[in-house]
Design a binder for this molecule. Structure first.
Ligand SMILES: Cc1cc2nc3c(=O)[nH]c(=O)nc-3n(C[C@H](O)[C@H](O)[C@H](O)COP(=O)(O)OP(=O)(O)OC[C@H]3O[C@@H](n4cnc5c(N)ncnc54)[C@H](O)[C@@H]3O)c2cc1C
Length: 374
């Protein structure tokens, strides 16, 4: 088998892999990224790109700190990547309205308010139905109220991954096509990443395989309990002016993106590794959109996309060192917020590789935590 070498090999060219490569390179440490398909060709290139650190699984809770750090880094990246590459990642501050249609929705949203209102840098308030319709007049009359959050944002995920890649390459990072099928080890030390027809010898490996991360369990001798959760999005030519905030209801949302299209999502489907879009999802997303914004009945579908979120068995990130192995790291489990978390995940792994303290606590995300669960 042919050999080539790099000090650090990163497997996976999604947001988790490319942010790691970028932050390592910014510290003067170039790496080699191995991607089986194309950079950003899965969820990291097709996500909605909403950045909402005040809600979601584990928030408040173990993911709140990394969500805030992700938001901070997105603000920084939107400026630094433009300077470094000329690519505008279309970061913008964007308010969000989380709608309530039932009394149970109202109770759930209002219960989250006290914590949300304590977070510095955000303005959060409850609006009744009429007030919500003053923010976006097309919101359905049936909406009883909404939480308005100011201080969140949005980004174009594909442009972001592209810009990270270009900036990293300028700092010496190499990206190559290939499928990793294992690690070569000498006791507890990694000595290479095994591709189908080549071994990339290295002293450090970062495994950022997204929803395919469980494949690496056998390579490292530690179970990585991550599964794919499919999600689909409709991009629509919509009537009337842009929807200027992100309008959400449960796991549904809609907003006008910088391409001028109304993006509406999403589904949560246990469909294995199937990435095909379906008519059933089109109907489900369409129905939710009309519940939120009935005026969109005449919107025309321009594109429908489907991709897979990496979701750990306990819903939390999988981020840190692999127990029992030197210099092997896992970065995955971003689930519905992997774009938000991505920069903070990459920064944390870069810090670990370089022997520095991480800015955020990673204890809850330990890759070894699934070992006892089987
Ligand atoms: C419909 C939808 C909407 C979303 N919206 C949002 C949102 O609004 N905000 C937000 O924050 N998040 C959102 N997400 C979540 C986010 O997209 C994901 O959590 C994130 O992109 C995961 O990034 P990743 O790098 O871990 O995985 P991926 O993007 O899947 O990247 C992993 C890469 O590894 C490669 N790979 C796998 N195995 C190998 C191998 N053996 N060898 C080489 N390469 C390999 C793959 O080809 C892939 O390119 C959304 C997700 C979906 C599905």
């Amino acid at each position: 088998m042919a050999e080539s070498s790099a000090d650090i090999v990163i497997v996976g060219g999604g947001i988790a892999g490319m942010t790691t490569a970028y932050y390592l390179a910014k510290s003067g440490v170039p790496s080699l990224v191995v991607e089986r398909d194309a950079i950003g060709s899965h969820a990291s290139g097709f996500a909605y790109g909403g950045l909402s650190p005040l809600s979601g699984f584990g928030i408040p809770g173990p993911q709140a700190e990394i969500a805030m750090d992700g938001m901070r880094l997105h603000r920084e990246l939107s400026k630094s990547l433009l300077e470094e590459t000329g690519i505008d990642v279309d970061f913008r501050m964007r308010s969000s309205l989380a709608l309530a249609f039932t009394e149970a929705d109202v109770r759930k949203l209002r219960a989250a308010l006290p914590w949300q209102q304590q977070q510095p840098g955000y303005a959060v308030r409850w609006l009744d139905g009429a007030e919500a319709r003053r923010v976006e007049p097309r919101i359905a009359d049936e909406a009883l109220g909404a939480t308005l959050i100011e201080g969140g944002g949005a980004v174009e995920p594909y442009r972001l991954v592209l810009a990270l890649t270009r900036a990293a390459e300028r700092l010496g990072v190499r990206v190559r096509h290939g499928r990793a099928i294992g690690l070569r080890r000498d006791g507890g030390r990694v000595t290479g990443v095994v591709l189908e027809r080549k071994v990339l010898s290295c002293a450090t490996a970062v495994l950022a395989l997204g929803p395919w991360s469980a494949e690496a369990s056998d390579w490292i001798g530690v179970p990585i309990d991550v599964r794919p959760l499919k999600g689909q999005i409709l991009r629509l030519q919509a009537p009337g002016p842009p929807v200027v905030c992100s309008v959400g209801w449960g796991h549904n949302y809609a907003t006008t993106k910088t391409d001028g299209l109304l993006w509406a999502g999403t589904t949560e489907e246990e469909a294995g590794f199937d990435e095909e879009s379906t008519l059933a999802a089109r109907d489900e997303i369409g129905a939710a959109l009309l519940r939120m914004l009935p005026a969109m009945a005449d919107a025309q579908i321009a594109q429908q996309t489907a991709c897979l979120r990496p979701v750990a068995a306990d819903g939390l990130l999988v981020l840190g060192c692999v127990p029992g192995l030197d210099q092997v790291y896992v970065a995955t489990g971003g689930a519905r917020k992997g774009i938000l978390y991505g920069p903070a995940m990459g920064q944390a792994i870069a810090d670990l590789v370089l022997g520095r303290d991480t800015r955020v606590a990673l204890d809850a995300f330990a890759p070894g935590r699934f070992a006892g669960a089987r």
